[in-house]
Ligand binder design. Structure first.
Ligand code: NAP
Length: 250
């Protein structure tokens, strides 16, 4: 029986779910790839590797050396560089690519959302919107907020952030999933008057939005970077597994 070799670009719950689904398929051999940002990552089942490939060129070489038949980019919607690399490298190596993009969050009745095109634009909007800010945009984007010396920030990240940070900030290191009650209590305790977040989508971190709505707080939502042109997308791991099995059957 021939084996279909799949590279899963990971670092998300969708990537781990896909690795789990494919581990049960005898005709599929999947390798999960992690960037190596987190000291204690949640490892998916099956084979995994850690660290960058050296850009699109390095990834294209890796795909050839490892005789990869298909690539599934299940990285985070804001991990734009690896997605660009995956699109360029798979085109160059002649390997089909699928991108898993979980749906973005949508405002509902009672929500007070303002959109921002980038972290920098969001930072520019903060002083007009709030004074005690719950900042959940991730460890790597904090520099954009570092010059804001008037608002106070509650910064929540998975790993401890390095400098630069805003001068008036408290850091909370926690990994989701979070509950609505927990988020509500946290925002009340710190007298938060603005939530700043990226449109990551998904259930793991959506509780803060429900809590903000319940408390009547404004939300500053950083929109997603665009996908490379022409890439095929599916919304979840089950659809991605279906695509892999179709490719394996060909
Ligand atoms: P990024 O800016 O798109 O990528 C920067 C570089 O990191 C890439 O050029 C690549 O290095 C390497 N890289 C990224 N993801 C990789 C992967 N899965 N396997 C191997 N190398 C990878 O990515 P990022 O925003 O720093 O995110 C890094 C990882 O964290 C991703 O796996 C992503 O799914 C996960 N994550 C990101 C966020 C977020 O908000 N950005 C949130 C949750 C999880 P080379 O060019 O050397 O190949």
């Amino acid at each position: 029986m021939s084996v279909t070799r799949v590279l899963i670009l990971g670092g998300t719950s969708e990537a781990r779910a896909l690795a789990r689904l494919l581990a049960a398929e005898p005709g599929v051999e999947a390798v999960s790839s992690l960037a190596g940002r987190v000291a204690d990552p949640l490892l998916p089942p099956g084979r995994s590797r850690v660290g960058g490939f050296g850009g699109a060129d390095g990834l294209a070489v890796w795909l050839g050396e490892e005789r990869v038949d298909a690539v599934v980019d299940a990285t985070h919607p804001f991990a734009a560089r690896i997605t660009a690399s995956a699109a360029a490298a798979s085109a160059r190596a002649g390997v089909p690519l699928l991108v898993v993009r979980r749906p973005g969050w949508e405002p509902g009745a009672g929500d007070r959302w303002t959109g921002a095109a980038s972290l920098e634009e969001a930072a520019g909007a903060v002083p007009g919107l709030g004074e005690r800010v719950f900042l959940t945009t991730g460890r790597q984007g904090l520099a954009a907020f570092a010059d804001l010396d008037r608002p106070w920030f509650l910064v929540r990240t998975v790993e401890p952030p390095g400098p630069p940070l805003p001068p008036r900030a408290a850091v909370l290191c926690e990994r989701g999933p979070f509950t609505v009650e927990g988020e509500r209590e946290l925002m009340l305790r710190h007298r938060i008057d603005l939530l700043v977040t990226k449109d990551s989508g998904g259930a793991m971190t959506a509780a803060k939005l429900v809590a903000a709505r319940a408390l009547g707080l404004p939300v500053l939502m950083v929109r997603r970077p665009p996908l490379p042109e022409g890439v095929r997308t599916v919304p979840d791991a089950a659809a991605a597994a279906g695509w892999v099995l179709e490719a394996a059957a060909r």
